[in-house]
Unconditional design. Structure first.
Length: 137
């Protein structure tokens, strides 16, 4: 049984960079970087959850997003499904709207400099896929 269904947005700009945020001290895996997002609430579609979460966390309005990658993750017996979306079009300018640090980072650097940009282990697969797909983006 899945106890957590999560969506995350890979917010891209024309310069082949993604906007990432740093998890705050009061969150699990604090200090790790992440693609912003959160839990899908009961009765919510993944797309509407993505829009809501990115509005709350980044103060942007998603106009176009496409499903990119799914991760099934087991963390100490707790099951997670994380759906990653490429956010292709949005209005506003991303910022850490909940007090979290955020920054634009070139996709190549996210993968190449994993000591500076430590992500939760559940993100390894999507980072690898981004590195492979980066040239065609």
């Amino acid at each position: 049984m899945i106890s957590n269904y999560i969506v995350a947005g890979i917010v891209l700009n024309q310069g082949k960079s993604a906007f990432i945020t740093k998890r705050r001290a009061n969150q699990t895996q604090s200090g790790c970087w992440e693609f912003p997002g959160g839990k899908v609430e009961l009765g919510e579609t993944s797309e509407s959850a993505l829009s809501r979460e990115l509005s709350e966390e980044l103060d942007i309005r998603v106009q176009e997003a496409q499903h990119y990658f799914t991760v099934d993750w087991d963390d100490a017996g707790e099951k997670f499904v994380i759906d990653f979306f490429l956010v292709l079009s949005y209005s506003g300018y991303p910022k850490g709207a909940e007090g979290q640090v955020g920054q634009w980072v070139p996709i190549k650097q996210l993968v190449a400099d994993n000591s500076k940009f430590l992500f939760p282990e559940a993100n390894v697969g999507v980072l690898q896929k981004l590195a492979l797909d980066e040239e065609s983006m």
